[in-house]
Design a protein around this ligand. Structure first.
Ligand SMILES: Nc1ncnc2c1ncn2[C@@H]1O[C@H](COP(=O)(O)OP(=O)(O)OP(=O)(O)O)[C@@H](O)[C@H]1O
Length: 258
């Protein structure tokens, strides 16, 4: 039995230019217990992400952006609703199968780079793969570091690198397994504007040149301006779905929500 359900669909380059599968989210709800009460973090989200698309998710603090990203990425389980990656409903998979599928399909980039300071850059890049029992491929480490502009930095320690370079290491780590989907939660939140722009160009390049699907949470209209589509959330619901909006339009819509 195939891990992907329908192997034929996997790896096919559809018309849209993406290499992977459509992500389909239906009726997504996520509730948390807190202080004897319930928080409705997601209140029925329906959205589809096309293969090879770059989407920014925005909204006021507490609107459910991170919860949505985590549920769509298979890192959190929704209370109700479904998430499909192509033909596979990930919300029905047992944990070990989901973990395997995640490892082969998605990469994650966070605001806090989460690098291990005692390890070299190369060791950091392969760490998630090693933890899952995978092998180190030195040539691939070299290639992925070159791709993010850090060729030759294999033996450096993260502490000797700038914030922007550390985020590049985190991106190299996310790209090591050549994921078809990249999830990013405030990837430029800790960076200055110019460095942030370089990181966003890198994400954009992955979409345009490698057909990767990218879903990014951000508070910054300039960062969202790099995406093809901007979703806005309030109170656990999607309230705007904008195609290639200008930064001015993004800022105006966002201002209207806060
Ligand atoms: N593990 C949890 N336990 C309890 N409540 C949670 C948990 N995770 C999120 N929440 C609550 O769910 C709601 C949505 O949180 P979420 O982090 O998804 O919002 P967000 O839009 O990403 O916010 P921010 O922009 O501040 O990161 C908030 O009210 C938050 O407090």
């Amino acid at each position: 039995m195939s891990l992907f359900g329908n192997e034929q669909e996997y790896g096919v380059r559809p018309e849209g230019g993406g290499v992977g599968r459509e992500i389909r989210v239906r009726g997504l709800r996520r509730e948390f217990e807190r202080g004897g009460g319930r928080v409705h973090a997601l209140q029925g989200v329906d959205v589809t992400f096309a293969p090879g698309s770059f989407t920014a998710v925005m909204g006021p603090s507490g609107s459910g952006k991170t919860t949505l990203l985590q549920c769509v990425a298979g890192m959190d389980r929704p209370t109700r609703g479904s998430v499909h990656w192509g033909p596979t409903e990930i919300t029905r998979l047992r944990e070990h199968r989901l973990a395997r599928l995640r490892r082969s399909t998605v990469g994650f980039v966070f605001q806090a780079y989460n690098l291990m300071p005692a390890m070299t850059v190369a060791e950091n890049v392969v760490l998630p793969t090693r933890l899952m029992g995978g092998r180190t491929d030195r040539a691939r480490v070299g290639r992925v570091l070159t791709q993010v502009g850090l060729g030759g930095c294999e033996k450096e320690r993260p502490g000797r690198l700038s914030g922007g370079q550390q985020q590049r290491v985190a991106i190299a780590r996310a790209l090591y397994n050549q994921p078809e989907i990249l999830f990013a939660d405030e990837p430029t939140g800790a960076l200055d504007r110019n460095t942030g722009r370089e990181i966003l160009r890198l994400l954009r390049e992955g979409v345009e040149e490698h057909g990767r699907t990218c879903v990014m949470v951000t508070h910054d209209p300039l960062a969202a301006g790099f995406a093809d589509r901007v979703l806005m959330m309030t109170d656990g619901e999607l309230v705007e779905d904008l195609t290639r909006p200008s930064v001015a339009v993004i800022a105006e819509k966002l201002g209207g929500l806060s």
